[in-house]
Design a protein around this ligand. Sequence first.
Ligand code: GRF
Length: 191
Amino acid sequence: MSPRVAILISGGGSNMVTLVQAMQSGEINATPVLVISNIPTAGGLTKARALNVEPIAIDHRSYKGDRTAFEADLHAILTKNSVDIICLAGFMRILTSEFTKKWDGKVLNIHPSLLPKYKGLHTHQRAIDAGDSHGGCSVHIVTSELDDGPVLGQTSVQIMADDTADDLAARVLIQEHKLYPAVLADFINQL
Ligand code: GRF
């Protein structure tokens, strides 16, 4: 059976687009059913509509810091749509352990560093400041710890002498677009 996938975003959604296209082309044996953003103006919602995937906004600001209520509504939408797997793709909200436990082993995330290095934000600048030879990206299973959980795949990207964080981010993003669909395809094939 083809698993039903929801993709959670907060921004432009370029990773989301590559995942949806890989599912729609059959490269990934799954069906993209929802794209959910916590930011109603996220550009990725428009891209989802263009790809014929239902876009849904759940504006976290209207919950005034009540993460439990936000996640209850998120969970309700996911279950109502019989979602099997959640892919976080530039989703900039931390999920509580109550939520991640409910979806244990079914939530994937892409993070722009070679985990376990540089959890959290500003990963590219931190890699450059540390004098690392390589940055990169990782796809991992989401657990209750931020940017933790088993790593399913990684790609290294060489850091050039004059790289700015933006330069490195742009080259890493190209690799994210290859890594995430490949890892999701393998993950689903092993279910
Ligand atoms: C990606 O670099 C992702 O790894 C990070 O946020 C960025 C999202 O980009 N968490 P996009 O919205 O997929 O274009």
